[in-house]
Write a protein of this length. Structure first.
Length: 184
């Protein structure tokens, strides 16, 4: 059994980091394009902006527990700075996102680029290596579809808990690069 990439009947949450905004806005653009390509209606998408990648798992958990989404996509960029901060943050965020999906039963797709430098992040956010935001959308849709097929009663009950709503993007621009202290 496999999940489908048809997202027409799905509601997705997207948690996006403002830190390293030059990259995360590209990831979000790729995610939005993929959502449209897969048939996810814009009004069935909730976008939650968080300060940095470290806050992504908490937003993913809140979206999952609300009951208004079938899957969550986490978007962010952890770019290695001059300190070891990147090493601690990237692994912690990946583990926490996995924990959220295991505890909540809602797929959480990891669209966080973890790179050594800005050029690598650009290549992974719409450059020659594709867009990790778009890839994370496909993962989220496929997993939500698979879970529906495996346990349709559980999904129907969760769907009654609330309805999706789309949050507007904040008026302030995303935060800048990784800075001297490394990624956030």
């Amino acid at each position: 059994m496999r999940g489908s990439l048809d997202g027409a009947a799905l509601r997705l949450g997207v948690a996006c980091s403002r830190f390293n905004g030059q990259i995360t806005t590209r990831l979000l653009t790729g995610a939005r394009r993929q959502l449209a390509l897969r048939g996810v209606v814009e009004t069935s998408t909730t976008i939650a902006w968080v300060p940095g990648v470290f806050e992504l798992p908490l937003a993913a958990r809140a979206l999952s527990l609300h009951g208004a989404v079938d899957a969550v996509v986490c978007l962010g960029a952890a770019i290695r700075g001059e300190t070891s901060h990147h090493d601690f943050v990237a692994g912690a965020v990946a583990n926490a996102c996995q924990q959220v999906q295991l505890e909540c039963g809602v797929p959480v797709a990891f669209g966080v680029v973890t790179t050594d430098d800005l050029q690598q992040a650009l290549e992974l956010s719409g450059g020659r290596y594709g867009n990790r935001g778009a890839e994370a959308v496909d993962t989220a849709i496929e997993m939500a579809s698979l879970l529906r097929a495996l346990n349709p009663r559980q999904v129907r009950a969760a769907g009654r808990a609330g309805s999706a709503r789309r949050e507007p993007a904040p008026s302030e621009p995303p935060l800048g690069g990784s800075g001297p202290g490394g990624p956030r």
